[in-house]
Design a protein around this ligand. Structure first.
Ligand code: ADP
Ligand code: MG
Length: 744
């Protein structure tokens, strides 16, 4: 049935080698009650561990049912321990966080026996050891004798052929010991029971065979096997494998026993998740806010190509000097003031460029472009009706390709007088209405409505007033004449498209203009828009182009309106390709560039936002790292605390894999909880955050955590916890079961 031959085993600690077994040979019968006696340190436990497959021999052989174990693999040993061996230790070694029933079931759980069968079997053995009424108790609710009987039930549960007991009564009082011994005797009726004791009386009273060991050798055997006619028993090993469910139950139970600590760890882990979640939801919300801003204003912010553009970098440095202030030198520096004109780069729109745009709008870009507007050069004259019904010309602006185009920066009083107002929403977004109303796009009382624009100080250039026909405004040096807005609003003029020659036809061709309101550029609005003079809505220009084609000159600027923001990007790519196609490099005077005011603005904001988000996420990631390290430490502590349990599980046939699985499952659970807690708290925090943002920035519901981001964060949390606890879990799996059981 079972035999050991010439077993040698020694332990080396440092440079000292201790011989534990020194050539032990014993044959065991299928059913007998063998007591192993001997002084402390003679090798009894070692022999038992080797027979039980917990420890491995150095040389010799262990034969089970006639089969040598020399070629046994790790897995074979695990199966052998699980199917054929029942271990009873000196201390009961019950798993504290499992109930009595679960403890007894553990061996069967490991070998994948179904739950119903497990319960029936476990209850049966528990009844056998007299503990039918205690099955739902925890080990710490039992007396010593009861605990040891649970340990016996556990050893018997899987119906092993061999029961090994290492001084099972060693820690019990004599009455309890007798009860346990009676139980052992009962078991030995149909099993091979090998029990270690140093109590001669116990051995004499119960054993059917007594083997004495001394210094690792057999010195006496009361009933050796002489007759070799052993009943050959079919030998097969059943596979053991802990199911994922078992691992989860074990993990949950263990987590329950140290709930506070686990929750704290999960909470610490969730802080990083909360940080990242909030940053993501804020940056995502602001990004959407920018997008909707872009969408809303898309109509007002076309891609504009004007016949000259501003070199902002140059404009910024104009007039700056590196000369020292208040110098103490006896010479003067000769200097010529710069004009802003040098900051204008010619961007002359050629027929070739117009064709390039038209071709696109008619073909490839048909579905991307909502509209194109061409602004043309045109001479304009202003005149007024005198009291005697005669007409006087006030001002003619000659618009040719050599003058500054209209809609550009107007920083000098001599700039253009007739300024094209920005269209649609952009006008309202760019100017504050100080008096009157914004112009109507329809003719009102036979007049087209226009605006008068004052500068940041509500100033009006004297030239502007003169061009409007106000003579003798009487501006002396240092004098600030005042004009009531009311005096200006409602004034009408006549505008003639072309150069005024005071003929009757010219008068008939002219139109009425009326100032409908006074506006001022909004605080903080960037350059690119004019800020002093007359603002003419584009519908007035459109009317003039249509009605007086002979007066219309070359194209001065093009405005392209895209359907939406992404279409706009596609259109811009097409426009970019113009310069590449004709080979106009940065230096080329034929190079034609466009301006996308909205795009530049929002891309700057986006860039800043992205940078801030990355920095913040970096910080949050550090807290994630810290919490991962915490999880690693907690798992490691947990491994140290549960070394005994690891040994027991291994003795019951758990594979290394099963051990690491228990710990890994626990870490996954912690990761899951911390992810869940983190996301929940994030969602909760978003509520007050949005309230604060709404209060200060007047933007409702900005922060919002996308479900996809929430899911990704939860997965990250689970993964991090798993990775952090992986090494400690592997350490646990590698623990030597013998040493694990020896630790107190
Ligand atoms: P017993 O159970 O008879 O008291 P053991 O089998 O536990 O004795 O030990 C036999 C000898 O081997 C003792 O001297 C003990 O110190 C030694 N020994 C047992 N296990 C180890 C080990 N893991 N490392 C080092 N020495 C060991
Ligand atoms: Mg011992």
């Amino acid at each position: 049935m079972l035999s050991v031959k010439d077993l040698f085993k020694s332990y080396t600690v440092g440079d000292f080698t201790q011989k534990a077994l020194n050539g032990v040979s014993i044959d065991f019968r299928k059913t007998e009650f063998v007591m192993i006696l001997g002084p402390s340190g003679c090798g009894k436990t070692t022999l038992l561990n080797i027979v039980g497959g917990l420890d491995h021999y150095d040389s010799g052989d262990l034969t089970i049912f006639g089969k040598s174990t020399k070629d046994f693999k790790e897995n074979d040993w695990d199966m052998y321990r699980n199917n054929s061996i029942g271990f009873i230790f000196q201390t009961h070694n019950l798993i504290p966080h499992l109930s009595v029933l679960q403890n007894v079931e553990m061996g069967m759980t490991l070998s994948g026996v179904s739950a119903t069968k497990r319960h029936i079997q476990a209850k049966m053995v528990l009844e056998k050891v007299g503990l039918k009424d205690h099955i739902y108790k925890r080990p710490n609710q039992l007396s010593g004798g009861q605990s040891q009987r649970v340990a016996i039930a556990r050893a018997l549960a899987n119906n092993p052929d061999i029961v090994l007991a290492d001084e099972p009564t060693g820690s019990l009082d004599s009455t309890t010991s007798i009860q346990i011994m009676e139980l052992m005797k009962e078991i030995a009726k149909d099993k091979l029971v090998i029990m270690v004791t140093h109590n001669h009386e116990v051995a004499d009273a119960y054993a059917t065979r007594i083997i004495r060991l001394k210094d690792g050798e057999v010195i006496d055997d009361t009933n050796p096997v002489i007759d070799e006619k052993e009943t050959k028993v079919e030998f097969s090993l059943k596979k053991t494998a802990m199911t994922f469910k078992t691992a989860i139950i074990s993990s949950i139970n263990n987590i329950k026993t140290k709930l506070g600590r686990t929750l704290l760890t999960a909470f610490a882990g969730s802080i990083g998740i909360i940080g990242i979640g909030l940053i993501l939801s804020l940056s995502n919300g602001l990004d959407q806010e920018i997008s909707s801003f872009e969408q809303q204003t898309i109509a007002g912010y076309p891609i504009s190509v004007t016949s000259s553009r501003i070199d902002y970098e140059k404009l910024r440095t104009l007039g700056t000097t590196n000369l020292e202030k208040y110098p103490e030198q006896e010479f003067a520096t000769v200097y010529k003031p710069v004009t802003t004109a040098s900051a204008f780069i010619p961007n002359v729109i050629t027929e070739q460029y117009v064709n390039w745009v038209e071709e696109y709008v008619a073909g490839e870009g048909k579905n991307l472009v909502a509209g194109v507007k061409y602004v043309r050069f045109m001479n304009l004259s202003l005149f007024r009706t005198n009291e005697d019904e005669t007409y006087s010309r006030i001002y003619t602006e000659v618009s040719t390709q050599t003058t500054n185009p209209t809609q550009t920066l107007n920083t000098s009083p001599t700039g253009p007088f007739f300024n094209r107002l920005p269209e649609g929403q952009l006008m309202n977004n760019s100017y504050d209405l100080l008096y009157g109303s914004f112009p109507s796009l329809e003719k009102v009382d036979d007049s087209y409505e226009i605006l008068l624009v004052v500068d940041d100080y509500n100033r009006i250039y004297v030239n502007t007033l003169e061009k409007l026909g106000y003579t003798n405004v009487g501006l002396e040096e240092g004098q600030n004449n005042q004009f009531e807005f009311d005096d200006l609003v409602g004034k009408t003029f006549r505008l003639y498209p072309g150069t005024w020659s005071n003929s009757t036809s010219d008068i008939n061709d002219s139109i009425n203009l009326k100032i409908s309101g006074i506006v001022r550029l909004k605080k903080g609005t960037s350059v690119g828009l004019f800020y002093n003079g007359l603002g003419i809505p584009s519908n007035v220009f459109d009317y003039l182009y249509d009605s007086f084609p002979t007066q219309v000159g070359a194209i001065e600027s093009i405005y392209i309106y895209a359907n939406n923001f992404s279409d706009k990007d596609t259109v811009k790519e097409y426009l970019d390709s113009y310069n590449d196609f004709y080979g106009y490099d940065e230096e080329s005077t034929e190079r034609i560039e466009y301006v996308d005011l909205a795009g530049t603005f929002t891309s700057i904001v986006r860039g800043v936002l992205d940078t801030i988000s990355i920095v913040l996420i970096g910080f949050a990631a550090i807290s994630l790292l810290v919490s991962s390290i915490m999880i690693a430490i907690i798992t490691y502590i947990s491994v140290l605390e549960r070394i005994k349990e690891i040994g027991v599980l291994r003795a019951l046939g758990a594979r290394k894999k099963d051990i690491s699985r228990v710990f890994n499952t626990e870490n996954l659970l912690i990761g899951f909880v911390s992810g869940f807690v983190g996301i929940t708290i994030s969602y909760l925090l978003i509520i007050p955050i949005n309230m604060i943002i709404e209060k200060y920035a007047d933007m409702p519901n900005v922060a919002s955590l996308l479900p996809l981001h929430a899911i990704i964060l939860a997965i990250i949390s689970v993964l991090l916890a798993f990775i952090a606890g992986y090494i400690p879990a592997q350490l646990a799996a590698k623990k030597d079961p013998v040493e694990a059981l020896r630790t107190e």
